[in-house]
Design a protein around this ligand. Structure first.
Ligand code: FE
Length: 311
């Protein structure tokens, strides 16, 4: 027997009342969204016969999730971040905008305020183990021309899978493996660092508990995050995956996209080593970036809500 009360006039009136639709204060948009989400929840409780035990287990999980600061971690895990990207892609398609460099999710570990330089930066401070990486490319404007002065923000984790500012061992200095590089007069950016490793959600965490209940893992392939911005263009949020990582097509955060897995070339010849000011073999990634124009003079996809000021 499954008793449902969602369609009762009393329930419908109750939803209007609890969403503030019966008063004139507050935010009309917040009321609209709350009314829809609460209606969907009530309907799901009815349709799936969700028990009070199951519901309160969910509330306790939300409390644990918030206390652990992991709302921004389960969000990509449940595919919302990727869904928002797919929607932006669809909106661009409707507007006739092509994205030669695909967008993909930001993740939750960007920190504003990284050291800035022009043309080149070294991201690591030399204390971490790892294979030397040189990544470089040209930033292009919406017409495909090199774009001097474009701002390239990069951040990645170390070979233990930890980001500076979020390193549970406290081992990394602030802004280690985080830099802002302005493209040089030829639109070129270049940086030296170490190849990052993949990483996973914290063991035993609320995020891992839900993923386990879904029969899923919480691991990501190795990747490097980027924001690229310039006057007159939309800010691009993307990531490149490190070619060869076994999880490239099995990312719990669903960030992998065609066009974002550039080749990793092993360089061991003296000429390449010397040209990069190094003293041994290194991995090289070339990744050119194409920005897209503003839409009616504005960036229709910029998202400032998540900017986290440096501690
Ligand atoms: Fe990441």
């Amino acid at each position: 027997m499954n008793v449902t009360i969602f369609d009762h006039p009393d329930t419908q009136e109750f939803l209007r009342e609890l969403s503030g639709l019966n008063n004139s204060a507050g935010s009309a948009r917040m009321k609209e969204i709350t009314h829809r989400l609460m209606s969907d929840l009530f309907r799901a409780i009815d349709d799936l016969n969700i028990t009070p035990d199951e519901y309160w287990q969910g509330v306790a999980w939300l409390n644990d999730l918030g206390a652990a600061g992991q709302a921004g971690l389960i969000s990509p895990g449940l595919g919302v971040d990727h869904f928002l990207d797919e929607r932006l892609d669809a909106i661009d398609e409707a507007l006739g905008i092509e994205n030669p460099t695909p967008r993909t999710i930001e993740g939750s570990l960007y920190v504003a305020g990284a050291p800035e330089s022009t043309g080149f930066a070294r991201l690591d401070d030399g204390t971490a183990e790892g294979q030397t990486l040189v990544m470089h490319g040209v930033v292009h404007d919406a017409q495909g021309r090199p774009l001097p002065g474009a701002k390239v923000e990069v951040w990645h984790c170390d070979t233990r899978g930890f980001y500076s500012h979020f390193d549970p061992t406290g081992q990394q200095a602030p802004f280690n493996m985080r830099r802002t590089i302005y493209a040089d007069e030829n639109g070129r950016y270049r940086f030296r660092s170490i190849l990052p490793s993949g990483y996973g959600v914290p063991p035993g965490s609320p995020t891992e508990k839900l993923l386990s209940a879904l029969g899923r893992h919480g691991q990501r392939p190795a990747h490097i995050h980027c924001f690229i911005s310039a006057d007159g263009h939309r800010k691009l949020t993307t990531q490149v995956n490190i070619e060869g990582d076994p999880l490239i097509n099995d990312d719990f955060a669903y960030a992998t996209r065609d066009g974002l897995v550039p080749a990793v070339r092993e360089r061991s010849d003296e000429e390449s080593i010397r040209a990069n000011g190094l003293n041994g073999p290194f991995a090289e990634i070339e990744f050119d970036i194409h920005l897209t124009p503003l839409v009616d003079g504005v960036d229709n996809e910029v998202n400032e809500q998540r900017r986290r000021a440096a501690a």
